[in-house]
Design a protein around this ligand. Structure first.
Ligand code: GAP
Length: 598
């Protein structure tokens, strides 16, 4: 028997995300890198084959990403874990009963009337400011966060002490004539430093007890004609004063058919949810499901984001994992709480530390007008001090079905008649015909017991965003002994075994004495069940390191003893412990680690 070929998708050299690039840690998280330089992290992900920039050989394209050989396995595992735990095997509902879930796979391009009904055509937009200097757009509500990442701002900030409001005119002048020319050529401070600094000096001297904050300082250095324009806000790219905020649609447009007219205009879906609503009646009719039940979909969504940023966090093409859970209005609050709590727990069971998960109930100022309640499950990504949305769990009331009833004109299709409840109450009425009973003008609340537009609870997660969170969470550097017992730093991706791209690596200790053949036998026995990797290249210590960087939970070594008693060693990635087990038990050990925990 010949050894299986090296599948060759693991990089052969060690990479390190330099700790020096991380700023200070967050309180209480001593062992976890809290701020990561995302550019360096993206490089690590690229070098390892997790994530590549789309069309990189042509300079890339902003907001689009590709998954490499390890990344595609990771993301598939995430989507499969979600489907398994939410659709095929969700835990019982609040009443202890099994819950009913089915799936859908809808087209990306739908009849554009769907997006009129959902409100996307009219309102799916972000406030955006255009730069008259360089023509770039910036999302207005994220201006200060984007400025904080801009190169010129990070350079200029060295010349200002935000705590005291102090600055040195000579240094600012020097910056304006030097670095500023290159980094922010359209900034007022660069174009006309004397005038700009005179405005700033008047402000500082006029209120010596109230020094300007960093934001105010930034507005001053962006202002050339204070009286005519008031304080300005600068473009993160070139420093020119930004224009007024305007709502800009995030919908990607195309045309169906050869005629490129308004009539043939279509949209790439910005969410998977609407395909579910549009098929709600089809699912009911073809499955005879009874309320409450959920419909799930995983698929691509497209948003022409104004400022894609933070690696894959905000992309223009991404995948969603969405559930629309339909229930009786009277039961909707308990289902909202059920899904909110379940979804947070799900992330923890897949290795996200619960203190990095921050569910946050949306406030009145941010919640959608139709929503009865929305909780954002936020995650403390290492590129930000503030937690960022991983998933939204929304109580959408009857909004979506009502909208589609109105716009499609098939109103009755969206009403639900609860036959079971109607029949259960048969003894309380004189007739068993609903139509007859309606003629008696029963109170609306009584009618709604039997016939109503279902309420919807929507847990809406991002597959790419969760993949990014998993990558960030897994990235660890620790100290381990090398072959000679000296401490060395290793990078280890501590993925939960269910998510790990490779579940086990199989090594013959040496390439002789029948070990490669034995290792191949084990590899072939495991391959039908798990994504396993065969590696016979280099010292075994190096092979371990490669697998640590890929996040493989188990390394199995075939050694001299295997040849005598059919036992192998299994090394645990995290504890480094090696256990000797029978070859025939290896499959069971891996299976146990992959058993879902929800
Ligand atoms: N149907 C509801 C809906 O789409 P959303 O909060 O706009 O709600 C749900 O999106 C999830 O989709 C987010 O929590 C996030 O995980 C993911 N998502 C949204 N926009 C994204 C983007 N530009 N890039 C990556 N993921 C995104």
């Amino acid at each position: 028997m010949t050894a299986p070929p090296d599948r060759g998708y693991l990089p052969g050299r060690s990479l390190s995300l330099t700790r020096a690039t991380q700023t200070e840690g967050r309180a209480g998280d001593a062992d976890v890198p809290t701020r990561i330089d995302m550019a360096k992290f993206a490089k690590f992900c690229k070098d390892m084959g997790f994530v590549y920039q789309s069309s990189e050989i042509y300079g890339g394209i902003n907001g689009f990403w590709d998954y490499g050989p390890l990344g595609v396995e990771l993301k598939r595992n995430i989507k499969e874990a979600w489907w398994q735990d939410m659709v095929r095997n969700p835990p019982p509902g609040p009443d202890g009963q099994e819950i009913r879930m089915v799936g859908l796979d809808c087209s990306i391009i739908m009849n554009p009337k769907v997006w009129v009904a959902s409100g996307h055509v009219a309102t799916f937009a972000d406030p955006t400011r255009k730069c008259p200097g360089c023509g770039k757009f910036t999302r207005a509500d994220q201006l200060w966060a984007i400025l904080a990442e801009s190169e010129w701002m990070n350079s200029l900030i060295q010349e200002f002490t935000p705590a005291t409001g102090q600055y040195d005119t000579h240094r600012l002048m020097k910056w304006a004539r030097g670095k500023g020319q290159k980094l922010a050529p359209n900034l007022a401070l660069v174009k006309n430093p004397e005038v700009t600094l005179s405005f700033l000096a008047t402000r500082v001297n006029g209120q010596p007890d109230a020094p300007p904050s960093l934001q105010e300082f930034t507005r001053y250095v962006a202002t050339e004609q204070l009286e005519a324009t008031g304080l300005q806000e600068p473009c993160p790219a070139c420093g020119a004063p930004l224009g007024e905020a305007k709502q800009v649609s995030l919908m990607f447009e195309s045309h169906a058919g050869l005629d490129k007219t308004d009539e043939s205009k279509v949209y790439l879906r910005p969410e998977t949810a609407q395909g579910i609503f549009a098929n709600y009646r089809n699912v009911l009719d073809s499955t005879r499901l009874k309320l409450p039940f959920g419909i799930a979909q995983v698929g691509k969504a497209f948003r022409n984001e104004v400022t894609p940023r933070n690696f894959t966090f905000r992309s223009r093409e991404f995948e969603q994992m969405e559930i629309e859970f339909f229930c009786h209005p009277a039961e909707s609050q308990q289902w909202y709480e059920y899904w909110r709590d379940l979804r947070k727990k799900w992330y923890s069971t897949l290795g996200i530390r619960s203190d990095n998960l921050k569910p946050r109930e949306q406030g009145k100022d941010e919640i959608a007008f139709y929503s009865i309640g929305t909780t954002d499950i936020e995650y403390l990504f290492p590129f930000s001090d503030d937690p960022q949305e991983l998933e939204g769990v929304a109580h959408r009331g009857a909004y979506d079905l009502t909208q589609h009833a109105k716009h499609s004109g098939v109103n009755e299709k969206f009403m639900y008649f609860d036959e079971e409840r109607w029949n259960a109450d048969a003894g309380t009425r004189t007739t068993n015909s609903f139509k007859e009973w309606m003629k008696t003008n029963p109170p609306a609340a009584d009618v709604e017991k039997y016939q109503f537009t279902p309420h919807v609870i929507e847990p809406s997660a991002g597959a790419d965003r969760f993949t990014l969170a998993v990558l960030c969470e897994a990235y660890t550097e620790d100290k381990v002994p090398d072959a000679k017992g000296n401490e060395e730093t290793r990078i280890v991706m501590k993925f939960h075994p269910r998510l790990a791209p490779i579940k086990a690596a199989i090594f013959p200790l040496v390439n002789k004495d029948g070990m490669p053949e034995k290792a191949t036998e084990l590899y072939r026995a495991l391959k039908p069940y798990f994504n396993v990797f065969f590696d016979d290249k280099g010292a075994v210590g190096r092979r371990y390191r490669r697998q640590d960087e890929a996040g493989t939970p188990f390394c199995i070594t075939i050694d001299g003893q295997t040849m005598q008693d059919d036992t192998v060693t299994i090394r645990d990635r995290d504890t480094l412990k090696q256990e000797r087990v029978k070859m025939s038990d290896v499959r069971g050990v891996i299976e146990k680690a992959l058993t879902p925990g929800v």
